[in-house]
Ligand binder design. Structure first.
Ligand SMILES: Nc1nc2c(ncn2[C@@H]2O[C@H](COP(=O)(O)OP(=O)(O)O)[C@@H](O)[C@H]2O)c(=O)[nH]1
Ligand SMILES: [Mg+2]
Length: 698
């Protein structure tokens, strides 16, 4: 495997809405560059970058995969990323390793919701970018309409550097507006175009577009602008120089054309990447910290070696594989580096260039290149590996928190024993998952970005680790509170044999604002209860409140004021005051109008506009309240507040309501009262469960 210098490397994140053709485009680029000996296809399950068995089975990209194309003098590292909402966290983490993004837009659908999100991620990482209008072979595709949708959302700085040659079924190639040449392709061929003059019937259109492009390129560069006005055009080399600068400075976002399915346009896209997208050395520097101090490192071979880990995979066969980007220095095979965050030493034996699931061994990687290494011991995504003598830490990418959680239950005892270990392996590669035990319900919960996200974990547990688990809707974390006030006594008295137990307290109980939890106020003056017993009263209340009153849920948002009581010199003790407090709590609850609270979620749904009516009606049925609506192109965004209890099976329902064309996300918002009718059901269910438990115990 050839060794490349930073200036010849391009790290490109291929991003776009799910199904826009990123993986297919990657396959076309790899074939055109000779990295594969035929055109691989998502539908045949043989692409380099969708190699995971879950990806092949589901025909979608779940996590970013890497491959490289050696094109002319450049090595193009391609990051083929997921585009579906629930896997978008992974894309964001991977973009930390890119210098540019290639935004793929479906020529039928135009700009979609995730296209915009990925555009925003590209902004966040300050990535220069270009757009590829893909699927131009499809019926009802339109270059013009898609371009208009791009320009209306992302601005007039999106400018074509190619025009499509032919349309829909007749789409056969591209017109290059820089060199003013036409390229035609053999459908499903090797992705290399045959050069010719621009066909006469397209000459005018191409000339106009050429002028728009040249003017755009010259803008902001006085020498070029002058030359342009003088001659009416620019020599190709000058256009290319200008283009490269405008792209790097993000003054312009070039638009290209393709049919990934039929491998049309691939060599032109490779040329564009090699010629115009920035290399890591163009980016100049990268910023890290050490001991709280900021360090700016040059992306150069002459600096001490440092590498940032942006991805980890782990399966029982290949073991753990760490994907990193060399930010500075030259990383030699077998290097001993320090994991700066963890302070441990790591030996990087067998460094390699990733090509899908295969790793091509390499002897050294230069600043700016991307590599992989197996069998590191302590290193996970977000860590920095660096020369021990020159430590630096690069910031980890912060991922969004899970929007959904399921209870996960092992199917047998042996499954239960192995479940935790296996899940932790899976969590190593996907840091957007959460696995924890709910202290209230005692259930094991697995949180992810969507139902499918969690289901994939279940499938991996079975296939990779032979662990059988079932998902269940999690128990709803209801709470109890009060709506009214109470003023009561709690008295505990017991006389058994020797000395007895005596505690007596008077409390007032009153509701607090939502979210205030619990307040205890001591108003005892004059020693009606000795000081040393007061904490026991508070403890007794807290313990009793933990088990609620109506249905066994923790009690929140109330105040207890202890204002009077009495004691006995011999018989009083901490225990007797605790028991008195429990009695007081129960007595107070009888009077204080106890009520149930339920978690209300903030829900955001994105669906094609034609489903808006049905979705709103359905939200109504779920006791939801619509909080806002937005349309973006043909997408309707609905924001609503809906009780969690009504959302447990929403993913499935949404899929069947919209033929799978909608996505949603949700997060906890606040607690609110459960309506009486529902409350009755919850209370009687809790009572039934309790009797069941007691019978079991007997
Ligand atoms: N007609 C047509 N179909 C395409 C094209 N590119 C991709 N597809 C199909 O669109 C679907 C999604 O493609 P894929 O590459 O997995 O999209 P990704 O989710 O963006 O990676 C697959 O069925 C592809 O065969 C294209 O240029 N033309
Ligand atoms: Mg894909």
């Amino acid at each position: 495997m050839k060794i490349y210098e930073g200036r010849d490397i391009r790290n490109v994140g291929v991003v776009g809405h799910g199904d826009s053709g990123k993986t297919s485009l990657t396959a076309g680029l790899l074939y055109a560059a000779g990295a594969t000996n035929r055109l691989t296809r998502v539908d045949e399950g043989n692409t380099i970058t969708d190699f995971d068995e879950e990806e092949i089975q589901r025909k979608i990209t779940i996590s970013t995969a890497l491959a490289y194309a050696e094109w002319k003098k450049a090595k193009i590292n391609i990051l083929d990323t997921p585009g579906y909402n629930i896997f978008i966290n992974d894309t964001r983490a991977a973009l930390a390793a890119a210098e540019a993004s290639l935004v793929v837009v479906d020529a039928v659908a135009g700009v979609e919701v995730q296209t915009e999100k990925l555009w925003a991620f590209s902004d966040e990482f300050k990535l220069p970018r270009a757009l590829v209008i893909n699927k131009l072979d499809r019926e009802r595709s339109s270059f013009e309409r898609t371009l208009e949708s791009i320009r209306s959302v992302f601005g007039r700085t999106a400018v074509p550097i190619q025009l499509p040659w032919g349309a829909e079924r007749g789409f056969k190639g591209v017109i290059d507006l820089v060199r003013m040449k036409a390229y035609s392709y053999t459908p499903d061929g090797d992705g290399k175009g045959k050069e010719s003059d621009i066909p006469a019937d397209m000459a005018d259109e191409a000339q106009k577009a050429h002028e728009v492009l040249v003017e755009m390129v010259a803008e902001g560069n006085d020498a070029l602008l002058e030359e342009f006005f003088e001659k009416g055009t620019l020599p190709v080399e000058h256009i290319l120089d200008g283009l490269k600068a405008t792209v790097r400075e993000q003054r312009m976002f070039p638009v290209l054309c393709a049919s990934a399915q039929h491998n049309i346009g691939s060599d032109q896209i490779l040329d564009f990447i090699a010629e115009n997208l920035p290399s890591p050395t163009d980016r100049g520097t990268v910023t890290g910290t050490h001991n709280g101090k900021e360090i700016v490192r040059k992306i150069a071979d002459t600096e001490p070696v440092s590498a940032f880990v942006f991805k980890t995979t782990a399966d029982p066969f290949a073991g753990r594989i760490t994907f990193f980007k060399v930010y500075s220095g030259v990383l030699k095979n077998d290097a001993n580096l320090q994991n700066v965050q963890r302070g441990t030493a790591e030996r990087l034996a067998h460094i390699a260039c990733p090509m899908g699931k295969t790793l091509a061994p390499i002897t050294e990687l230069h600043a700016g290149d991307i590599g992989a290494v197996a069998k590191l011991r302590d290193t996970l995504t977000g860590d920095t590996l660096a020369d021990k003598a020159a430590p630096i830490e690069y910031p980890a990418v912060k991922l969004a928190e899970p929007s959904i959680a399921f209870a996960i239950e092992a199917k047998s005892r042996p499954d239960e024993d192995r479940m935790g270990h296996a899940i932790h392996r899976i969590l190593e590669e996907d840091q957007s998952l959460r696995f924890y035990r709910d202290p209230q319900t005692k259930e094991f919960l697995l949180g992810g970005s969507g139902q499918q996200h969690v289901e994939i974990v279940v499938s991996r547990l079975k296939k990779r680790y032979g662990v059988d688990v079932a998902l269940k809707a999690p128990k709803i974390p209801y709470r109890e509170t009060i709506r009214g006030k109470a003023d009561v006594q709690g008295r505990h008295k017991k006389q058994t044999g020797g000395h007895g137990q005596f505690g007596d307290c008077w409390i007032r109980m009153e509701p607090l604002a939502r979210g205030a939890k619990f307040e205890f106020v001591n108003e005892i003056f004059g020693g009606s209860i000795p000081k040393n017993y007061i904490p026991a009263v508070e403890k007794g209340i807290i313990e009793a409140a933990q088990n609620g009153f109506l249905a066994g849920f923790p009690m929140v948002d109330f105040r207890v004021v202890l204002y009077d009581g009495s004691y006995h010199d011999v018989d009083s003790s901490e225990l007797s005051f605790k028991l008195a407090a429990r009695k007081a709590f129960r007595n107070a609850m009888q009077e204080a109008k106890p009520a149930l609270l339920e978690p209300i979620m903030n829900v955001e749904i994105q669906a094609p506009v034609e489903y808006a009516g049905d979705l709103m009606g359905d939200l109504n049925q779920r006791r939801g309240r619509v909080a806002g609506m937005d349309t973006k192109g043909s997408t309707q965004i609905i924001r609503a507040k809906v009780p969690m209890a009504e959302m447990l099976n929403y993913q499935n329902d949404l899929t069947s309501m919209t033929q799978g064309r909608a996505t949603f996300s949700m997060e906890f918002d606040h607690y609110d009262f459960v309506p009486p009718h529902q409350a009755e059901k919850i209370i009687s269910a809790a009572k039934a469960a309790k009797t069941g438990e007691e019978e079991e115990e007997e």
